[in-house]
Design a protein around this ligand. Structure first.
Ligand code: ATP
Ligand code: MG
Length: 682
């Protein structure tokens, strides 16, 4: 049995404005407020208060949130406030549940099955429309079909409505694909998520008996993140509501970040016009972030007219850190090691987030965190190893490794590059953006990993990839969150890293119009306002190590950057002496070509002069380290590398990195220990 909360106790946890919204238990309510001002907290308390005062039965309340996770969080918070039985769902989940119940009554039989592979269906539709799009174009076509559905645009109206959308397709072609998609779906008795919303709304609109039953059951509605509602979702909301007014919406127009999917803040901003008697509440006290974070958040929007300025409530905290790096690898490594420091200093890993603009950026951070031994979870977007292009590339690499001749004579990065080249990958990024670019980025990340692990053979590399792919599937409840800025909305962490903040990534290159650029600015605002205390903003001047440093920090940071820490080019290990002086045999002075020979520093046939005792010591040390890291031994160093160390007896960093394959990350992690072992033998 649960205890019904005391209404007064619920009110005491709120400030006067929040309280006003909570006390308006019925009737239209609109909360317009900036990030971290307690909108979500207010609607949770409002629901609990309505139940506690008996104004609404818990089962008559339907709360709609943006993601399944947010819905789950709201249920948890309500339970903590002593309220059970309130429905908190996403629009989609609510519609699915209702359709399952109402379809048999209204239409008869079972509702259509959910179309699970939209991508394939769009591909088939494109073929029917006599188009031959590539993988990335199919993805773009799919987004366009989704936009049309969200904005209630029928295939017949598409051409007229799509004017000015600046797409790389003929509008008539998209319309043809969209129509074929709809027909194929119907013919197979399938429905996608958007159809489910539309069907639910349609049944409520057309069947008075069903609508009456529904409206008897659900009496009060609340919508979080209302600034990002689509016309399709609004239509469903209207169907739920009928001519009633028990609706509470909360949102922040400055956090509108889903316009590209058809969402619009117009419903939020026009709420008062639609319900002139609505209780309207504005909140400005920021309870989430330190004054330092709040000041930066206000700064990001300083050029925006009519924004709501935030007022910090929390005690002082550290100043936001601005870091400039030479390249993306250095940036990711620095962020990973800073995460490690924070965790050591007592911040829980689950209270740290690394946020980026596009999902492809996760790869570099997944690798850097793995190297640093920091657990992580990827939120939203596909995990790196689950992306189709990565899976395909790993398959190809495995095939090549099995072919057996792959471990010699090419160095690993070259071997990987030639396999990726089979799939059309080149070292130079494509000029285009979007799906093509994301695909290129994924493969580039595999190549960068090969550069980092260049002391491995291809077989070992493939084993390493498998290892990493499975490690990711392991539940990592206590990991650092990797998420796109889009997936981060509504959430908060003690420490937030906003990474890759260069012009071209934020704003994204293809943000052409003023509206698109402004939406990108709001993404930065969403990012900044996720942080409670520690906030770090970073960018890299070049993409890859050694690349030309031609990028500039995001224009949204102009005038805001203070005390920037410019990371001097790190003492980067020279890469495997490629393109420079030839490597020669220590014993006979012949030029070495094979990777194994280069690693040994002598011809395989020349006599070895290695220090056997040191070799054994190194192996023991490696076993110990590998156990500690929970990784296979070869992830620390391969036998060939240990043998080379025991032969060449490097005495300093330069000596160590001259052993081909000892890259920067290994140097950082193990360099000192190895040098100490060698010098103790000497
Ligand atoms: P966003 O726009 O990012 O979704 P929000 O307006 O929904 O933010 P919440 O997540 O509800 O903000 O609140 C931000 C943080 O401030 C939470 O940790 C919440 O518990 C805390 N908070 C909100 N209001 C109060 C209050 N009156 N007293 C103390 N803490 C509060
Ligand atoms: Mg919120």
């Amino acid at each position: 049995m649960h205890v019904v909360p005391a209404p007064d106790a619920l009110l005491e946890a709120l400030d006067p404005e929040q309280r006003a919204a909570v006390e308006a238990v019925s009737g239209p309510v609109c909360i317009l407020a900036g990030a971290g001002t307690g909108k979500t907290r207010t609607i949770t308390h409002r629901a609990a208060y309505a139940v506690a005062t008996g104004a609404v039965a818990p089962s008559a309340l339907l709360a709609v949130t943006f993601t399944a996770r947010a819905a789950g969080e709201m249920r948890t918070r309500l339970r903590q406030l002593g309220v059970e039985g309130v429905q908190a769902r996403t629009f989609h989940a609510a519609a699915m549940k209702q359709l399952g119940y109402f379809w048999p009554k209204a239409v008869g039989g079972a509702p259509p099955n959910l179309l699970t592979n939209k991508f394939q269906m769009v591909a088939n539709a494109a073929a029917r429309a006599r188009l031959r799009p590539g993988t990335s174009e199919i993805r773009d076509l799919l987004s366009e079909v989704e936009w049309a559905a969200s904005t209630l645009t029928a295939p017949e109206d598409y051409v007229a409505r799509a004017a000015g959308r600046g797409l790389p397709f003929e509008a008539a072609d998209v319309a043809a694909v969209y129509a074929a998609y709809r027909d194929l779906k119907t013919a197979q008795g399938l429905a996608d998520f958007d159809d489910m919303l539309l069907y639910t709304a349609g049944i409520l609109e057309e069947h008075q008996d069903v609508a009456a039953e529904f409206r008897d059951r659900y009496r009060s509605f609340v919508v979080d993140e209302y600034q990002d509602v689509t016309p399709l979702q609004q239509r469903l909301l209207d169907a739920w509501l009928g001519d009633r007014q028990d609706l509470c919406v909360v949102g922040d127009a400055q956090q509108t970040i889903y316009s590209f999917t058809g969402a619009t803040p117009q419903y939020l901003l026009g709420f008062r016009r639609r319900f002139p008697q609505a209780t309207e509440v504005r909140l400005v006290r920021d309870y989430r972030s330190t004054p330092q974070v709040v000041e930066l958040a206000n700064g990001v929007l300083s050029a925006v007219p009519e924004k709501l300025e935030l007022h910090a409530q929390r005690p002082e905290g550290p100043a936001p850190r601005f870091e400039e790096h030479t390249d993306e690898t250095a940036e990711a490594d620095a962020v990973a090691s800073r995460c490690r420091e924070l965790i050591r200093s007592g911040v829980a890993a689950a209270e740290i987030a690394i946020l980026y603009r596009i999902n492809a950026q996760s790869a570099g951070y997944e690798a850097a965190l793995t190297n640093a031994g920091v657990p992580y979870v990827v939120r939203g977007g596909e995990r790196f190893f689950e992306r189709p292009e990565v899976r395909e590339a790993v398959l190809l690499l495995r095939g090549q490794a099995r072919a057996g001749d792959a471990d010699l004579p090419e160095a690993l990065p070259d071997a990987v590059a030639s396999v990726l080249a089979v799939r059309g990958w080149t070292a130079e990024p494509p000029a285009s953006s979007g799906a093509v670019r994301e695909r290129w980025e994924s493969l580039a990340a595999l190549h960068r990993l090969a550069l980092d692990l260049s002391d491995m053979t291809l077989t070992e590399f493939v084993a390493e990839l498998d290892e990493r792919a499975t490690a990711q599937h392991a539940p990592a409840a206590a990991g650092v969150t990797l998420a796109s800025l889009h997936a981060a909305k509504g959430l908060e962490w003690d420490a937030v890293f906003l990474v890759g903040l260069v012009d071209g990534t934020l704003p994204l290159v293809h943000a052409d119009t003023t509206e698109q650029v402004e939406e990108e600015r709001r993404l930065l605002y969403v990012g900044v306002t996720r942080a409670r205390e520690h906030l770090s903003l970073s960018w890299a001047l070049a993409r890859a190590p050694g690349g030309r440093q031609t990028r500039r920090p995001s224009r949204f940071l102009d005038g805001l950057v203070r005390g920037v820490v410019s990371k001097a080019p790190p003492p980067r290990a020279p890469r495997a002496a490629r393109g420079s002086a030839p490597v020669t045999c220590r014993i006979c002075a012949a030029v070495l070509n094979a990777a194994v020979d280069k690693k040994l520093g002598r011809c395989a046939g020349c006599p070895s002069d290695r220090d056997e005792a040191l070799f054994e010591q190194l192996r023991e040390w490696r076993a110990d380290r590998a156990r500690g890291l929970g990784q296979p031994a070869y992830c620390v160093f391969t036998d060939a590398t240990l043998a080379a160390i025991a032969e060449q007896l490097p005495t300093d960093v330069a000596g160590l990195v001259s052993i081909p394959g000892i890259g920067q990350s290994k140097l950082d992690k193990f360099g000192d220990e190895v040098l100490a072992l060698v010098s103790s033998r000497a």
